[in-house]
Write a protein that binds this ligand. Structure first.
Ligand SMILES: CC(C)(COP(=O)(O)OP(=O)(O)OC[C@H]1O[C@@H](n2cnc3c(N)ncnc32)[C@H](O)[C@@H]1OP(=O)(O)O)[C@@H](O)C(=O)NCCC(=O)NCCS
Length: 154
């Protein structure tokens, strides 16, 4: 299969935090953010595989900073590495309040997607060609994470 670049599938998604996305303290609900992360990473995986994919695993997500009502949330999903039918997608979540121009990295997550056929059988995906030192670092580190993930799943 012809290898693909990370930039071929990088996906940016922007959301405005509205009242229906928040808890009683006016903070973005964790579940809502996890939904956005899953969608953004899913689109990235679909673009790389050029096929429908399912979420196989979500690594731990940490919430370092509350995201408040009225803030803008930008999610950036990039493929770190493709294996056979599975892909590790990294998602970074940034929040900003547009008034002071400050952008904060609020969360990051790694999600594994598997490309499947109409019967749910895993399908091969193209390999990834890293082009920058940062992409190469993420590519190299993804292998160790995959091994840990699969060990934990046994
Ligand atoms: C994910 C799924 C397709 C894997 O199918 P399977 O029959 O177990 O297939 P295999 O054991 O051959 O694994 C296929 C790939 O998935 C990977 N995989 C399976 N379980 C995994 C896990 N827990 N974590 C990471 N990768 C996993 C395997 O490593 C393999 O990757 P590779 O082909 O790149 O080597 C299947 O378990 C499934 O359909 N799960 C439900 C998915 C779902 O409903 N998600 C939520 C809604 S989208």
């Amino acid at each position: 299969m012809t290898p693909k670049k990370v930039s071929d599938s990088t996906t940016i998604m922007t959301e405005l935090v509205l009242p229906q996305h928040t808890n009683t303290l006016g903070n973005l609900l964790g579940g809502e953010l996890m939904h956005w992360i899953d969608i953004c990473a899913g689109i990235c995986a679909f673009r790389h595989a050029q096929n429908v994919c399912v979420t196989a695993a979500v690594d731990s997500i940490h919430f370092h900073h509350p995201i408040k009502l009225g803030q803008i949330v930008t999610l950036k999903a990039s493929i770190n590495r493709a294996f056979n039918s599975s892909m590790e997608i990294g998602v970074e979540v940034f929040s900003d309040s547009y008034t002071d121009g400050k952008v904060v990295l609020s969360n990051s997550a790694f999600i594994t997607f598997v490309s499947i056929d109409k019967d749910g059988k895993p399908l091969r995906v193209p390999p990834v060609t890293p082009e920058t030192p940062e992409e190469q670092k993420r590519f190299d580190e993804a292998l160790g994470r995959r091994e840990k993930r699969l060990q934990a799943d046994r």
